[in-house]
Design a protein around this ligand. Sequence first.
Ligand SMILES: Nc1ncnc2c1ncn2[C@@H]1O[C@H](COP(=O)(O)OP(=O)(O)OP(=O)(O)O)[C@@H](O)[C@H]1O
Ligand SMILES: [Mg+2]
Length: 425
Amino acid sequence: MPAWHLRDYHDRDLDQAIRIWEQSRLADEDPVFPVSEVMAAAQSGQTAVVAVVGDELVGMAVAQTGGTRGWVLLVALASRWRERGIGSALLSELERRLRALGVRRVSALLPADAAGTKALENSGYRLRDDLTYYEKIEPDDTANAEVLATLGGRMLPSGLWDAMAGMEREKQVVERRVVLPLTEPALADRFAVAPPKAVILFGPPGTGKTSFAKAVASRLGWPFVELYPSRLAADTDEGLAVALRQAFADLAELDSVLLFIDEVEEIAGARSGKAVDPGHGVTNELLKLIPVFREHDTRLLTCATNSVRSLDAAFLRPGRFDYVIPIGPPDPTARAAIWTRYLRAATDSVDLTRLVEASELFTPADIEYAARKGAQTAFEREVTQRRGLPATTEDYMTAIADTRPTLTARAIEEFMEDIETYSRL
Ligand SMILES: Nc1ncnc2c1ncn2[C@@H]1O[C@H](COP(=O)(O)OP(=O)(O)OP(=O)(O)O)[C@@H](O)[C@H]1O
Ligand SMILES: [Mg+2]
């Protein structure tokens, strides 16, 4: 037989590599490292060597490194080329390369009697029969991931809830009514508390409605999907209804989801009663879609609006939405907490009480804006003067003066009326 030699693995070897992997397996073998993982490692530049005879691939070894540890993921030989020392040669070449990468301990985990065990034994590996291997396989999520990508959804980082500063009243309501029944389903069931399926958050712009929706998704560990009425591809009202129906149909394939519809008044505005009322068809469509959406336990529709009074009355009826929750302007305590969050290091050099007083009628968004502006001023001063001085109260007071508050006395009055008329907790 002609001589074999070793070389690097190339991407074009993939087909032959998979064939060798197949030949090396025992019929009922359940490999620790599945072929997809091995080949992905080889193709992403992890250490991989092959043995070839002419153009034919006859053996392959792959390892993965992390610090001083190397894991042998694969030692495979074509059936006709066993017992010739190719396995040991592959291993020793693999080890040489791992050593060069700083690896000091090489491990291999194989089903008993798998191909490669002999090569390991012949190459000085110690059999550890004192160990037991555990594994847990997470459910295959690829279908979910595709749907999520289609819908522009994503998993949010954990910790968004804790990042919501102040707003204790709102946080308490959202936590008790919305979050806990979903995170404690067994307990909720024992007390006949129905988990919420749909909620509305209303309040002036910039008070944190979107942030709350994301924080809830983050706490639940559910994917967050946002539907933008204005972006649902449609030129006509009819088309919008179709796009909406399609989006809801796609969502139905997800195991769990927080669906967020911002500015929901755009698609659920009050119908004037006229047959040609624009928006009418879409509102009807949404009204039909919500009951179907509600049929599943691990879904939450969260709608947000700045204008709860312009929502269609049918839309707001109990049965569709479990709770209609006001997200209000921050009181002084909440403002202090929000300022503190955005001041960060500057809290020591700044008179917080003055900032809180001066930022009446500010929303969290306004405070965030003013805080950034004040920090920027202090930063620019330091860049030119290099005096090692922190941001001052004046930096922030000037920023506050330059920030137009979102809220007005009138807007707060209307919000209070809306709470009276619409809130349901
Ligand atoms: N409690 C809070 N603590 C810190 N930052 C906050 C808080 N609430 C909101 N913010 C910040 O304020 C900004 C606006 O918040 P968000 O977008 O959630 O408000 P909104 O009510 O959805 O506004 P809109 O009505 O304009 O959609 C965001 O940058 C957010 O990070
Ligand atoms: Mg918003």
